[in-house]
Write a protein that binds this ligand. Structure first.
Ligand SMILES: CC(C)(COP(=O)(O)OP(=O)(O)OC[C@H]1O[C@@H](n2cnc3c(N)ncnc32)[C@H](O)[C@@H]1OP(=O)(O)O)[C@@H](O)C(=O)NCCC(=O)NCCS
Length: 186
């Protein structure tokens, strides 16, 4: 069972099937399990994450929440209480001079059920409606069609190929006005 410290000052987001908890030490086991799976990391770093890397990432993310007020969330399945994925609003390439990106990853057993898009809508809604950011980008390996489909379902438009994270990525973008216009239709 995973649960965040209820005293956390950072935003917990809720969807029909998920609770998005700002990533914290309590998520270590679930995150290490997720990030050590080759299928999950195939189009990200291309290799499983080590335990030490997961510890370092949680420390960095906690720092980002304190510094920026956004970062990574753990996706907790209401039904099981388990961490089934993670996602973020963060600066591309972890550089505050770069635009903000939205990102996601899920345990393979949960693919094909709409969880990533459900969590992505909650994270984007928070970014545009609460943080009032002007624009979100998303980038993926050009072969990562499943992730590109999440971007398209979110209403993002293809912007071209750009080099991020040392690879030539497909880049998608959505402006705040476009998000709000879509939200008004739903
Ligand atoms: C990228 C990733 C999160 C996409 O996961 P996903 O399950 O395909 O995406 P969603 O959760 O949005 O699910 C959408 C799929 O579920 C289907 N689905 C089933 N039930 C659904 C429901 N109730 N609601 C919505 N979609 C549903 C949709 O038809 C869609 O299928 P399709 O893509 O074949 O058309 C997943 O492939 C992953 O974790 N990959 C490894 C990590 C990674 O590469 N992350 C991205 C880095 S850029």
């Amino acid at each position: 069972m995973t649960s965040a410290d209820p005293s956390t000052p950072f935003p917990v987001l809720r969807t029909a099937r998920l609770r998005l908890e700002p990533l914290d030490d309590c998520h270590y086991d679930g995150l290490q399990h997720l990030n050590s799976m080759p299928e999950v990391m195939r189009y990200i770093s291309g290799r499983p994450e080590t335990a030490a890397e997961t510890v370092a990432i949680i420390a960095r993310v906690k720092d980002n929440w304190r510094t920026f007020g956004y970062g990574w969330w753990a996706f907790i399945d209401h039904a099981s209480g388990q961490l089934i994925g993670a996602g973020c609003i963060q600066h591309l390439a972890r550089d505050a001079a770069n635009p903000l990106e939205i990102g996601w990853r899920l345990l393979p057993a949960t693919w094909g059920q709409g969880y990533a898009s459900e969590a992505a809508r909650a994270m984007a809604g928070h970014a545009f409606e609460v943080l009032r950011v002007p624009r979100l980008l998303a980038v993926c390996n050009q072969d990562n069609s499943a992730s590109a489909r999440v971007m398209q379902r979110l209403g993002m438009s293809y912007r071209g190929i750009e080099r991020w994270y040392d690879i030539d990525t497909s880049v998608y973008a959505i402006e705040r006005e476009a998000w709000l216009a879509r939200a008004a239709l739903n």
